[in-house]
Write a protein that binds this ligand. Structure first.
Ligand code: ADP
Ligand code: MG
Length: 387
């Protein structure tokens, strides 16, 4: 065997068994790899397809140790993990990617902001606060965004305040404040980086959010920005992942401000919602790319095969219970529509139940079809009135 070939990896340990994990397990199967998933929910989306699921939450140190003992490498699909045990496992010689150090920097958003500052990565101005008090918020100045240091996702740890009156909605967890950026566009760049420091980067995509919600609604690939901005976005994203010395796939979220400046919002040390279209629209999808990066296989081409729009299929408002999907046949009759359902049995408002990617030579047509699909598909319960 040539020395350049990676040490043989057969089994991947995956912390978190949601949709990102599920699509990682699907990619792993193509590469002939087994996965063991750690997730508290029996029959989790990833656990349904994996060789095995350990039913435990991501802070259960004993179960994380058990996972490590059964696998050749550990990776994860979420940030909220007990990081000290990952540190300990690394010291014992277990392989973890991205590393415990990277996760530690990212999982605390304030630490992440300080990291950006130290490494000259452009990002919104911020201020740590000792206590959540109107006086300290006012000292920083409105409009601002309060962000909790830990545990936020899909906008749960974010509170936008336009004026002191909005302080009434503040979050009561350890947090910091940052400048509100009246962004003209939000984009994301996915970067895969391997142990040797080589990067494979995907073209920037544009994220559209539902007004009033912070969950990604429709994604457009490629982003409708100038070549020059796209080039700077790629450079900034690679610089960020390089500074982290990250190994694996990273989602770098950015704002484009009214002066056309790019500011990094946050980094995810994992596969990302803004890369789901890569399954159909790029030569190598983000999930396979992540696996290639962490196990030391050559990184794949990120070349775009077709413009694409991606729509998250979210649980209908006011409906919770056993999920029923309506309108699938009508949606799938639209040419270019590719469906992914995550196997979640229960729905609740705004829950990510699946996604649809639409390929079309014309991006505006793909976006139009995405809106049609959004009107056609509803994920709710059998008898919403009876709820
Ligand atoms: N400084 C900011 N200025 C304006 N909008 C912001 C700012 N920070 C966050 N947001 C909005 O809130 C959304 C969620 O914030 P983010 O920090 O990405 O949290 P999450 O971890 O939940 O994704 C962003 O995508 C953006 O729409
Ligand atoms: Mg975000």
């Amino acid at each position: 065997m040539s020395e350049s070939l990676p040490q043989r990896i057969q089994r991947i340990g995956l912390i978190g068994g949601g949709q990102l994990g599920r699509m990682t397990v699907q990619a792993a199967a193509r590469l002939g790899l087994d996965c063991v998933v750690l997730d508290p929910t029996p029959g989790s989306p990833a656990g349904q397809l994996a060789a095995r699921q350990i039913e435990a939450d991501c802070h259960n140190v004993d179960k994380i140790r058990e996972l490590a003992s059964q696998c050749d490498i550990i990776t994860y699909e979420l940030e909220d993990i007990h990081v000290d045990v990952l540190d300990e496992l690394e010291q014992q010689g277990h392989r973890i990617a991205p590393s415990a150090q990277v996760l530690r920097t990212i999982q605390d958003k304030l630490r992440q902001k300080r990291f950006f500052q130290t490494h000259g990565i452009p990002s919104a101005e911020f201020m740590p606060i000792d206590a959540v008090a109107l006086s300290s918020f006012a000292a920083f100045g409105f409009p601002l965004v309060q962000k909790t240091c830990r545990g936020g996702y899909d906008g749960r740890g974010v509170c936008i305040m336009h004026s002191p009156d909005d302080f009434a909605h503040h979050l009561s967890a350890p947090s910091f404040v940052e400048r509100f950026i009246p962004a003209s566009q939000e984009i994301a760049v996915l970067v895969a980086r391997n142990q040797r420091g080589e990067c494979a980067t995907y073209p920037p995509v544009e994220m559209g959010f539902k007004p009033g919600h912070n969950i990604l609604d429709i994604l457009l690939a490629p982003a409708n920005i100038s070549d020059q901005l796209a080039e700077s976005a790629v450079q900034i994203a690679e610089k960020t992942v390089d500074a982290l010395q990250g190994v694996g796939l990273f989602g770098v979220e950015m704002f484009i401000d009214p002066d056309n400046r790019i500011l990094v919002n946050e980094v995810a040390p994992r596969t990302h919602n803004s890369g789901h279209h890569t399954i159909e629209a790029n030569i190598t999808d983000q999930f396979e790319q992540h696996l290639r990066a962490i196990i030391g296989l050559p990184l794949g081409s990120t070349k775009t095969l077709s413009p694409a729009a991606m729509l998250n299929l979210l649980g209908a408002p006011d409906q919770s219970g056993r999920a029923v999907v309506r309108g699938l046949a009508e949606a799938l009759a639209i040419p270019g529509v590719c469906l992914h359902l995550y196997g979640k049995k229960e729905t609740y408002p705004q829950r990510k139940m699946g996604h649809v990617t639409i390929l079309d030579e014309n991006l505006a047509d793909a976006a139009h079809k995405a809106h049609q699909v959004r009107d056609l598909i509803e994920i709710g319960v059998a008898d919403p009135e009876g709820q």
